[in-house]
Each structure stands twice: as C-alpha cells, then as structure tokens.
Design a protein. Structure first.
Length: 343
C-alpha cells in the first residue's frame, strides 16, 4: 500500500479543518506552544503506511454498512468485537446470513443496526446522529480558582490510545510535567501499534505502571494539578477517584474527562465511529458516505481537550471539562456544512 505523505492526508480533510485550526491557534496564543496539525492528525497513518479510506476505515476495523434506510458504522476494533459478530447477526434477525453484516444490515434500519451493536458493547453509530446534541466541551465548576504557570503544573494521565495522550503531549510541550499511569493488567492498547507513534505521543513523559485497585491511585493524584482520563466515570469511581472531590480539594485543579458521547452516556466510541456520529465523513461520486482521514475524531478531540485544559488553567481552573469525541467531530462537520452548504 502506498505510504502517503502528511501533505496528501491533510489535503483530503482541509475543507473541514477551519474550527480545528482556530482551536490550535488559540492554544498557541495561550501557551506559546505550536500545534503541528499534520502530525497530530496523520502521523499515525503515515508511519503505518495506511491509504485513504473508503467504506472501510483506514485501519480496517470500522465498516460503513448500507441499511434499509441509510447507513450505519460498526467498529470491530477489538478481538471481542469480532467474536461477537454471530450474536450481532442474530440480533439483526439474520443468524445464518452467508453475506454477514453487509447483507444483514440491509434488512433493518440504521438505528436498529447501531443499537444492536451497542447492546453487545460494540462501538457503532448512525451518520450525523451526534450533531446538535451537545457542545464539544462542557465545563462544570467544582473548585476554586488559582492561576499557576504551566511549568508548575503536574499532569496525571490515565488515558490511553490517542485522544488523551495527544492532549497531554500538547500540554507537555507547553511546559507541564506529565506522568502517564497504566494498569499493570491492561496496558495502553496503543503499544500494539506503531512504536514510533507511541514514542511521539509520550515523548518526555514519565511512566508509572500500577495495580488499579481501590485506593491505589490516591497517592498518585495527591500532588496532581490536572487529571486526564478517557474512561467511563464509574471506572475511576470504583477505584476511589471522583472528579468532584479532586477539584474541591485544592484550588486551581482541572479534570479532563474524554468520552465518546458525554460522561452521562455509557456508549463506547473509537475515532472512526465517533467521526461518523459527528457527521465528519466524505462522500463518493454517488453521494454515499465514506470515511475521512484516520480515526479522525481521536486527534481532533485531543486538540480540543488540550485547548480546553489550557484555557481553564489560564483562568484559574477549578473545572471538570467533559470532552465528547462525537461532539468534537460534529463541530467540524457542522462548520463545514455552513460554509459549504449542500446543493
């Protein structure tokens, strides 16, 4: 497969990037740290030698399926997802369909396809379903303000994969000290991908591997100014960490929670299906949707989250920042539609 340049990848998404370019510029104004958008968005694809996607995502895991009334994205990102395909076919009413998901989905609606997948814990979405639902970043005040220089900020990063680590990379470039914390039993899945890309995301960060048991993380966050995480809220609560208590304990703190659809929604999401939910897709010559970029909602969310954290810290912190991947993607798609309305 052709190893495309960063420029060729950027050209494919350029019309959608106005909001993200503005956010990146604002981050630099706040922190003095430049944002290399081509690398943030497409270094992973270039290092992996990926080609531009079509109805299957660049990394091959997410599929746009034609349904009885439109399209749905189903992301078989993990071994458990692929193992659940027979159960998904059964829920779609086609347990013995030799054509698999592509033919089974044609017999039901897009919403039914996505809902059946989600019932099995598979990330899935209907194109554009997240548009107009919520802001990309929702801020809640739980603590008092206190401003500090970025060089004095200590970040504890519980996130994995791409969006959260990109957020911490940018804040680290701005001068913050970053400690990446991984579970001893469930290390960051990004380690299974390109080693060079993983090093790029985490360059200069300390790394701590611990047993994620109740109470085991208390000391780790005791001196933290910022926590960044990308899990369901209940996951850290079971370990004794609550964003509201963390923020109230000391002025100036910030908690960044990255989720697919908001902290109140348990649906999981990955970059490709979250982009589809936000409507961040392209169209082919027939006007049908195709994927855009490489898991685009992931890096887009990372830039949005870094900017939100920098803005909050500059204003004194004390905030819980709820960052939705699907809503970040929707922000780009909606702006593109306003600038380039369909004929």
């Amino acid at each position: 497969m052709e190893n495309l340049t960063l420029r060729s990848w950027m050209d494919s998404v350029e019309p959608f990037l106005t909001p993200l370019t503005d956010i990146a510029r604002s981050f630099t104004d706040l922190t003095g740290a430049p944002v290399d958008l081509p690398s943030a968005l497409f270094l992973r694809a270039r290092l992996a030698g990926l080609g531009h996607p079509g109805r299957t995502s660049a990394n091959g895991s997410c599929h746009l399926l034609r349904t009885a009334d439109g399209w749905a994205a189903v992301n078989l990102a993990r071994p458990d997802d692929r193992a659940a395909v027979p159960a998904l076919l059964a829920l779609l009413g086609s347990p013995d369909d030799p054509g698999g998901l592509h033919t089974a989905a044609r017999r039901v609606t897009a919403a039914e396809t996505a809902e059946a997948a989600q019932l099995l814990g598979i990330a899935a979405a209907v194109p554009g379903s997240a548009q107009g639902v919520r802001p990309a970043v929702h801020a809640e005040r739980w603590g008092d303000r206190r401003t500090r220089a970025m060089a004095d900020i200590r970040i504890v990063d519980f996130s994995a994969l791409w969006a959260g680590p990109l957020c911490t990379r940018l804040l680290g470039l701005a001068g913050a000290k970053v400690v990446k914390v991984e579970s001893a039993t469930r290390p960051d899945g990004a380690r299974l991908g390109s080693p060079a890309f993983y090093r790029w995301l985490h360059d200069g960060h300390d790394n701590l591997v611990v047993d994620f048991a109740p109470g085991a993380l208390d000391e780790i966050v005791a001196d933290a100014d910022v926590v960044i995480e990308a899990s369901r809220p209940r996951a850290l609560r079971r370990l004794g960490l609550r964003a509201e208590e963390f923020l109230a304990a000391r002025p100036g703190r910030v908690w960044v929670g990255i989720t697919g659809y908001g902290r109140e929604n348990d649906r999981i999401a990955f970059g490709d299906d979250a982009a589809v939910a936000g409507g961040l897709t392209d169209v082919d010559r027939n006007g049908d949707p195709v994927f855009l970029g490489d898991a685009l909602a992931d890096p887009v969310t990372g830039v949005f989250a870094a900017h939100a954290a920098a803005r909050s810290l500059a204003a004194g912190g004390g905030e819980l920042l709820c960052v939705s991947m699907a809503a970040c993607a929707a922000t780009l798609a909606e702006t593109h539609t306003r600038i380039h309305p369909p004929c």
